[in-house]
Design a binder for this molecule. Structure first.
Ligand code: NAP
Length: 276
């Protein structure tokens, strides 16, 4: 009986998770598989019930639209998933307990590891699900101020509060001063993504007001080189792209599923596969 894990969502064909986990399984010579499973919202409860009784199942990654809906279907949710309000990784522990966590938090932490934010301001654009993972990381940081640029102010105030972050929520209204002296800028919106609206020019212009050693992290990974990152690079700012987060969140999930650390020394080869 070959152990397996999977990613579930609706739609699911776009997911890069099978490529990532499949690469690591092969590199480590683990006899296991990782698949994509299309699960519609109305089928989620029966799907999880069925997986509970499958001894080969190790767990699943969870993507849109199930990240919140799955919470009541699990036995235990850890503190970070509770504060983020979303589960992206489900696994069964040796005692048979089906647990939920949020490894997007690990992905964000990895993507911003190069930023020196202690005692300095940080800017986050957006306040949706992915921004919440950033809020959870920043709530544990020593940043002097976290400025959240949000289209929907109330939602941003609530999201930051639920993630334990004391944030300064600002309207997404074209004021580039929000970027003054920022040591870290995070885009947690779809802006700049293929098929979505472009990143507004006030944000691109605002990067010139950030600190000279600032790190700019764009969660978007299609395209990988967004206008935000291209502008940051042209201003000699450090950059972190969406694949860093994607691979980072997968790494801790992989350990839970297959009990082994992924071969991160092969990240360059993995990125090549993901970009092919
Ligand atoms: P989400 O929950 O829908 O949140 C999107 C956020 O962007 C919301 O705060 C939304 O504002 C804001 N927004 C959208 N369009 C906007 C606009 N035109 N002007 C101003 N704000 C706008 O989506 P999500 O799941 O957080 O995903 C956000 C991005 O992160 C996506 O590009 C996704 O691909 C990426 N992501 C990447 C990774 C990774 O591993 N690299 C992981 C997760 C997500 P409102 O609140 O007003 O709607």
């Amino acid at each position: 009986m070959m152990p397996y894990a999977e990613v579930i969502g609706d739609p699911i064909s776009q997911s890069k998770s099978p490529l990532i986990h499949g690469f690591w399984l092969e590199a480590l010579g683990i006899s296991g598989r990782y698949q994509a499973s299309h699960v519609r919202p109305e089928d989620l409860p029966s799907f999880i019930e069925g997986r509970r009784s499958d001894p080969a199942w190790r767990g699943c990654n969870v993507t849109i639209p199930h990240k919140q809906a799955i919470l009541p279907l699990l036995d235990e949710i850890d503190a970070r998933a509770k504060s983020v309000g979303a589960v992206n990784t489900v696994w069964r522990d040796p005692a048979g307990i089906v647990r939920g966590t949020n490894t997007d938090v690990d992905g964000v932490a990895e993507a911003i590891a190069g930023a020196d934010i202690a005692g300095r301001p940080v800017v986050v654009i957006g306040a949706g699900g992915a921004a919440r993972a950033a809020f959870a990381v920043l709530a544990q940081s020593e940043a002097s101020e976290v400025r959240v640029l949000a289209r929907t102010i109330d939602k941003a105030v609530q999201a930051a509060g639920e993630c334990g972050l004391s944030a300064k929520v600002l309207p997404f209204d074209g004021d580039a001063q929000a970027f003054d002296d920022a040591a870290l800028v995070i885009n947690a919106t779809q802006l700049g993504m293929t098929g979505q609206s472009p990143m507004p020019s006030f944000v691109l212009d605002g990067l010139a007001r950030a600190a000279r050693d600032a790190l700019v992290f764009d969660m978007v990974y299609a395209p990988l080189e967004t206008a935000l990152l291209a502008t940051a690079r042209s201003g000699a700012l450090a950059c972190s792209d969406g694949l860093v987060m994607l691979v980072g969140q997968a790494a801790t999930a992989f350990e839970r599923f297959f009990g082994a650390a992924p071969p991160r020394e092969k990240d360059a080869a993995l990125r090549g596969i993901l970009l092919a």
